[in-house]
Write a protein that binds this ligand. Structure first.
Ligand code: SF4
Length: 336
C-alpha cells in the first residue's frame, strides 16, 4: 500500500488585529491509500484549517507559513494551462491554475453546510454538469447523466430527482447531493468536514453507511473531520486528536478507544455517553482551550490537565512514537 498524502511541519497562521494565532501548529502526518483518517477535537482546534490547507483553501486571513503537503499522483493531471506530471507533488508549490486542476479530480472536499454550498438557483443536474465540464470540456451529456445517476443511486436518491432544485430536498438529501458532487470526478482523496453534523442520528447513520460503500466502490482514501467520536469509531482506521492546532495523539481507532494515551484524548472519550454502560457518570473537561493569540507556555493543555507537572508548564512536548502506529505528545510518555 502506498502513502497517498504526507504532511510535514505544516503551520497555518491567522493574522488578527490582536496578534497572530496559529490555527495549525507544526503538524506532520501521513495517510495510506484506501484508509480513513479521523480528525477530532473541540471546536477551534484546527481540524477544518488542516483539511482546508490540503485544498489550499484556507480562508482569509489564514496563511500557510511553513511545511509541505505531498500528494501522490498516479497519473498525469491535465489542467487548463498544461499538465502536472505524475509522481509526488508538493501542493504548496502549485499555483492557482494547477490547484484548480487538482481540486475535484484528485482531492475533493465536502463542506459543512450544503445549503451554502449548493446554488439555490440551479438544478442538481446543472451542478453535476458544471463540475464535470470544468475539468472535461468535451464530455458528453450522456456520460454526465450516467455518472450522476450512478452516484445518486448509491446515495439513495432517485435518479429522476436530478432535475430538482436544492430547496426541494430535505437536509439529509442535500448533504447526499453534496457528497455525490464531491465524488463526480472520482477523486482519490475525499475530505469530509463534519458531513453529518446537522442531521438526526438515523439519517447520519444511513449516510455514513452509504459513504462507506462508495468508499469501497471508488477506492477512496478519506479524511473525516468531526467532533463526534462515535462517528469515527465506526468509520476511521486511525484517529488524530487535535488541540490548539497540534496533534496530541494519533492512534489506530481500536487502540485509542481501548486505551487512550494522552490525557486530553482520555478526557474527550470520557465525556461521550456510553449506551452499553448507562451507569457510567459523564464527565466534562474543566476550563476552555487557551487563547491562540496568547498561547500558554509549555504544553497547551497544561491549565486543564490533572497530570500537569513542572516540565509541562515550561516545555512543549514533541509528538513521539510510543507503540505500534501510536504517536503522543505528552511528557508522561517521555520525549522532549
Ligand atoms: Fe498533561 Fe503534561 Fe501531558 Fe500536557 S504534557 S497532557 S500537561 S501531563
Amino acid at each position: 500500500m502506498s502513502t497517498l498524502l504526507r504532511i510535514q511541519d505544516l503551520t497555518v497562521e491567522y493574522k488578527t488585529r490582536r496578534g497572530v494565532a496559529r490555527g495549525v501548529d507544526n503538524v506532520s502526518l501521513s495517510l495510506e491509500e484506501n484508509k480513513t483518517l479521523g480528525l477530532a477535537g473541540e471546536s477551534g482546534c484546527g481540524k477544518s484549517t488542516l483539511g482546508r490547507s490540503i485544498m489550499k483553501l484556507v480562508p482569509y486571513p489564514g496563511q500557510i507559513v511553513n511545511g509541505r503537503i505531498d500528494l501522490l499522483l498516479h497519473d498525469d493531471v491535465e489542467y487548463a494551462k498544461g499538465v502536472i506530471p505524475k509522481g509526488i507533488v508538493n501542493i504548496l508549490d502549485l499555483d492557482d491554475d494547477e490547484m484548480r486542476g487538482l481540486r475535484g479530480k484528485e482531492i475533493a472536499y465536502i463542506f459543512q453546510d450544503p445549503m451554502t454550498s449548493l446554488n439555490p438557483m440551479i438544478r442538481i443536474e446543472t451542478h453535476f454538469e458544471e463540475i464535470m465540464k470544468a475539468h472535461y470540456p468535451d464530455i458528453e451529456e450522456e456520460e454526465i447523466t450516467g455518472r450522476a445517476y450512478e452516484i445518486l443511486d448509491g446515495l439513495g436518491i432517485l435518479p429522476e430527482r436530478i432535475t430538482d432544485y436544492p430547496h426541494q430536498f430535505s437536509g439529509g438529501m442535500r448533504q447526499r447531493v453534496m457528497i455525490g458532487l464531491a465524488l463526480a470526478l472520482r477523486p482519490k482523496l475525499l475530505i469530509a468536514d463534519e458531513p453529518t453534523t446537522s442531521l438526526d442520528v438515523i439519517v447520519e447513520a444511513q449516510i455514513l453507511e452509504e459513504v462507506a460503500e462508495l468508499k469501497e466502490l471508488f477506492n477512496l482514501t478519506m479524511i473525516l473531520i468531526t467532533h463526534n467520536l462515535g462517528v469515527l469509531a465506526q468509520t476511521a482506521d486511525d484517529i488524530a486528536i487535535m488541540y490548539t492546532g497540534r496533534i496530541m495523539e494519533l492512534s489506530p481507532t481500536e487502540s485509542l478507544f481501548e486505551d487512550p494515551l494522552h490525557p486530553y484524548a482520555k478526557a474527550l472519550l470520557e465525556s461521550v455517553p456510553d449506551v452499553t454502560h448507562p451507569e457510567k457518570k459523564l464527565t466534562w473537561i474543566p476550563g476552555a482551550p487557551p487563547d491562540l493569540v496568547n498561547p500558554v507556555p509549555g504544553c497547551m493543555y497544561n491549565p486543564r490537565c490533572p497530570h500537569a507537572m513542572e516540565i509541562c508548564r515550561t516545555t512543549q512536548p514533541d509528538l513521539i512514537t510510543t507503540g505500534e502506529g501510536r504517536l503522543v505528545a505528552c511528557h508522561l510518555f517521555g520525549g522532549n
